[in-house]
Design a protein around this ligand. Sequence first.
Ligand code: PBG
Length: 336
Amino acid sequence: MTRRQKSSPAYPAIRMRRTRQSDWLRRLVAENALSVNDLLWPLFLVEGENRREPVATMPGVERLSVDQAVRAAEEAAGLGIPVVALFPFTPADKRDPEGTLAHDPDNLVCRATRAIKQAVPNVGVLCDVALDPYTSHGHDGLLKGETILNDETVDALVKQALVQVEAGCDIIAPSDMMDGRVGAIRSALEAAGHTNTLIMSYAAKYASAFYGPFRDAIGSSGALKGDKRSYQMDPANGDEALREVALDIAEGADMVMVKPGLPYLDIVTRVKAEFGMPTFAYQVSGEYSMIAGAIERGWFDRDRVILESLMGFKRAGADGILTYFAPEAARLLKGL
Ligand code: PBG
């Protein structure tokens, strides 16, 4: 026992354990709550029909053909999950240096968006805006030599956002980290009469090793040349995240996101405190795989670790969490 505890005048008048002694008390004094309304469910798409193929690096996650993605969206609706987020797997032979497929109105994401909005209109559809699922070099932008071109990329992203919105996408989520893209997308949406389309910007997105399994899931890992440090943020920086977020808000973002999640909870807290915006965090693929991998080996208690990891986001100040655990978490929260 330390001297401070020994001489504390508070004890035994104050015993912190009193409010922890039973379930009803713990529920009564809980400061934060996690609900199904806080969950956004990322789905991976693949061409074909009636197809579900496992993602090797993400135990329990599958790539879904459009009909199966509709199934998943129906499952989301049944569980009360508000949003599904769509990510396409693109094989090497469909990729090119410009990521042309990104703004093809009949690409996989657009077809899935149309099918989901038609079958389950009450589930929100979020579409990522970035070229990496479509480029042969795996970068989020257009490449000239070793350089990612900013303004030319923004033009391509605007086209990508417009085809997705025309397909029925509710929330446009630029994840590319080019400068000025939120403003450019916002003005293009306004000009096209899409005044109610939401933008959730990946405002503070870090150059992270935790995206590894995602790149496998969308077919980018073999493709990616070099790294994304000239556009995604340096993990060393916190103040810079606030500048990024401030800019995206000024350019017309309705909601902002911090990514990855658990290693960056300090950023979530600062962003929420500073701006009071609807603030989201992405429990990214690598975070999922660490937890799911340990569950698979029997090292973690599945139910508890899933809910604990998500509660951490709520405690940090997040209004919602993009998580591959969304359906499992929803079932746990509903006692199913
Ligand atoms: C694309 C994008 C990435 C993720 C979401 N959108 C990967 C990247 O930037 O390399 C990562 C999601 C995850 O790891 O779960 N720009």
